[in-house]
Write a protein that binds this ligand. Structure first.
Ligand code: AP5
Ligand code: MG
Length: 210
């Protein structure tokens, strides 16, 4: 049975009132979500929130909530939806207080129900950017990054499990938003700058008012 998760009562009113644009960023492990988000932030000034980074920060904080997460992340599985969503909400509220003009939610949703719950509790995403990369490229990138990242999940056994989780849980997210007409599928095998060019072409269509 899943462990009981500590929930907090989070007042979302300021976030809803701000009504700033929200972009979901999805893609397999090592597809370049973080890399492209850094470049998007530099150009558009949106707030980048990586669910993986928020989870790793929570683990580092030594909180009871963090203690439950390490084993799950090292197994390449998904942590419980409520934990991720609460962390994302808290980080969004902090950013709104500081005047954020929009969000890149990187690594979320990883299963269809995560997207549905976020959109019913907070707000609909404007677009979903999907970085499409072949599995062998993902493995190569992550093994290369493993030499310096210090991430507990950058080893071949966990990488394989992360890929499996992506195919079984997150691929349906791609199909779900494609059917809704919100998905932007980006071939992300090329150079970082070439991929960013495609990202910019798509964001420019919807961010003129930001
Ligand atoms: P998370 O931290 O999100 O990891 P991930 O999805 O596996 O993705 P990465 O962060 O490893 O890769 P990335 O796509 O950001 O690529 P990057 O830009 O770094 O999640 C970790 C774990 O947390 C999950 O397994 C799960 O347990 C949990 N979790 C997170 N979110 C969750 C959620 N919503 N629900 C439940 N659980 C959740 O690039 C990778 C490497 O490639 C870098 O070295 C980079 O320099 C290089 N690179 C990037 N682009 C290129 C390019 N175009 N060409 C060559 N190299 C490139
Ligand atoms: Mg990342």
């Amino acid at each position: 049975m899943a462990p009981t998760v500590e929930r907090k009562n989070i007042n979302l009113a300021p976030l809803k009132a701000a009504n700033v644009p929200i972009f979901f960023i999805v893609g397999g492990p090592g597809s370049g979500k973080g890399t492209q988000c850094d470049k998007i932030v530099a150009k558009y000034g949106l707030t980048h929130l990586s669910s993986g980074d928020l989870l790793r920060d929570e683990v580092k904080s030594g909180s009871p909530r963090g203690a439950q997460l390490t084993a799950i992340m090292e197994s390449g599985a998904l942590v419980p939806l409520e934990v991720v969503l609460d962390l994302v909400k808290e980080a969004m509220l902090k950013a709104i207080e500081k005047g954020s003009k929009g969000f890149l939610i990187d690594g979320y949703p990883r299963e269809v129900v995560q997207g549905q719950q976020f959109e019913s509790e907070i707000q609909e995403a404007k677009l979903v950017l999907f970085f499409d990369v072949a599995e062998d490229t993902l493995v190569k990138r992550l093994l290369h990054r493993a030499q310096t990242s210090g991430r507990a999940d950058d080893n071949i056994d966990t990488i394989k499990k992360r890929l499996h989780t992506f195919v079984t849980s997150t691929q349906p997210v791609v199909d779900y938003y494609e059917k809704k007409g919100k998905l932007v599928r980006i071939n992300a095998e090329g150079s970082v700058d070439d991929i960013f060019g495609v990202v910019v072409a798509n964001l420019d269509k919807v961010t003129s008012k930001i």
